[in-house]
Design a protein around this ligand. Structure first.
Ligand code: FAD
Length: 432
């Protein structure tokens, strides 16, 4: 399962060639004249076997694994704007597999394993950095909950380590363990968690999928889904009608809108999530930390900025911006945990639209419309899921049956009452 063919072995027409130190050196001597576009700028053909709507991480990864794992290259990825401007390029770049539900631990850990070899597979530097993810806890009840989660992970051979206050302090010299509001009692570390440069993920998968034969069509918005007798036949787009045997929706925060074009109502709400970046400072944080007394996570980018975020703003919106109220709440959590952060200036802030499901777990599933597949409902966690999400969606398209790792992510679970409630919070998307 983990032996996806490296892109070098499936590169086809219009390929940008293999990247290597030797090539970099040669191009340096050659005036950099030998490089070509990382992916072909395709114009759509009238028909494909598979049309994927959405050129984000999941759409592009699905196209890549369709070719690399299942030999299906007759694929178009239709993206309404330029690649990488959706959530794939808006997230806080965190990857981990420290989930609670066993089936989610298996799914996200498979993803983490794919991340671990992604750069070799794609022949692209995605800056995968396994610097560790540390979850802090602040009450005895929270310690119990985290211990249970960590034990569940260990039972699945996934790494998790309990840290006492001293160990937390040595990992995080800036932390205020005894802050007046929520003193830190300890933490759980997943050493294999970390960060990946998010837009490089879009570019790397796009390049690899294009080299494998897929058409990546930018500035092509899907405006309708065609079907005959309950079976999908293609899509209407701003570049004309495109026929397809299978249409896969991978549009993240726009899942409900696109599904509605096929007459479907999904158990998904769209909410805004914000992210923030400070001015660059010298290295001071070499682990990802989450604050357990609120929803706050922070890491330091390779450029030196501190990248952080919190919870969704809590109202439905397709606007890629957020409210000051949530910005204040996030900043307050950060300063409580590490008071020194108060000295830093925030230089960038943005929002992304999140496809929040009613059980906090994603959807990789067939739908009641034959030939229409959905990859969505990623909530806060869809970046880390990109390799596994793409691979299991490709499996579903190629075989017509769910990949064993994603069998629990079917759409029918909501109707049947088999929800995979990751946080045990019930059907409230803002709670996940
Ligand atoms: C601020 C923020 C922080 C986050 N932090 C993390 C994190 O640290 N770790 C983590 O795992 N996850 C995180 N996430 C979540 C993660 O980014 C998303 O769940 C994931 O990227 C969604 O999948 P995607 O990459 O395919 O989505 P997207 O990149 O949004 O791709 C969907 C694409 O569909 C396109 N599209 C929409 N409608 C149409 C149409 N009609 N026709 C054609 N194209 C269309 C959009 O333009 C978009 O490019 C975060 C998200 C945000 C916003």
């Amino acid at each position: 399962m983990l032996t996806t063919r490296p892109i070098g072995s499936i590169a086809g027409r219009g390929s940008s060639g293999r990247y290597s130190i030797l090539r970099l050196f040669r191009e340096g001597l050659n005036g950099q004249r030998g490089w070509s576009h990382a992916w072909r700028k395709a114009t759509p053909r009238p028909r494909y076997k598979v049309v994927i709507v959405g050129g984000g991480g999941h759409g592009l990864a699905t196209a890549f694994y369709l070719a690399a794992e299942y030999g299906i290259g007759d694929v178009a990825v239709l993206e309404r704007g330029p690649l990488g401007l959706g959530n794939v390029g808006r997230n806080t770049t965190l990857i981990r597999s420290n989930y609670f539900r066993p089936e989610n631990v298996r799914f996200y850990d498979h993803s983490l394993r794919l991340w671990e070899q992604l750069e070799r597979t794609l022949n692209f530097n995605a800056m995968v950095s396994q610097r560790g993810t540390l979850n802090l806890f602040h009450t005895e009840a929270q310690r119990d909950l985290f211990t249970r989660r960590a034990n569940g992970m260990r039972l699945q051979s996934v790494d998790a380590e309990a840290l006492d206050r001293g160990a937390v302090r040595s990992l995080l010299p800036l932390i205020d363990l005894d802050n007046g509001r929520y003193p830190v009692l300890g933490g759980f570390l997943q050493p294999r968690g970390g960060t990946v440069r998010h837009d490089a993920v879009a570019w790397g998968y796009a390049r690899a999928a294009s080299a494998a034969g897929a058409d990546i069509v930018e500035h092509c918005e899907v405006t309708g889904i065609r079907q005959v007798a309950g079976r999908v036949t293609g899509v209407e787009t701003t570049q004309g009608v495109i026929g397809a045997d299978i249409v896969c929706l991978a549009v993240a925060g726009h899942s409900s809108r696109l599904a509605a074009m096929a007459g479907l109502r999904l158990p998904i709400e769209t909410h805004v999530l914000q992210a923030f970046v400070t001015e660059s400072v010298k290295p001071l944080l070499d682990v990802v930390v989450t604050y357990g007394a609120g929803h706050f996570y922070i890491s330091q980018s390779d450029k030196g900025g501190l990248v952080f975020g919190g919870a969704i703003d809590g109202y439905n919106s397709y606007g890629q911006r957020g409210t000051l109220t949530m910005a204040e709440e996030v900043a307050a959590a950060g300063v409580t945990m590490m008071p020194g952060l108060a000295r830093l200036r925030i230089v960038r802030q943005w929002g992304g639209v999140m496809d929040m499901t009613m059980d906090g777990s994603p959807i990789v599933s067939r739908t009641p419309v034959a030939g229409l597949i959905i990859n969505g409902g990623w909530c806060y966690g869809g970046f880390k899921a990109i390799p596994a999400g793409g691979m299991t969606t490709a499996h579903l398209i190629a075989h017509g049956t769910p990949h064993p790792l994603a069998a629990h992510l079917d759409l029918d679970r909501f109707a049947d009452g088999r929800t995979c409630d990751e946080r045990g919070l019930g059907p409230f998307p803002y709670a996940h």
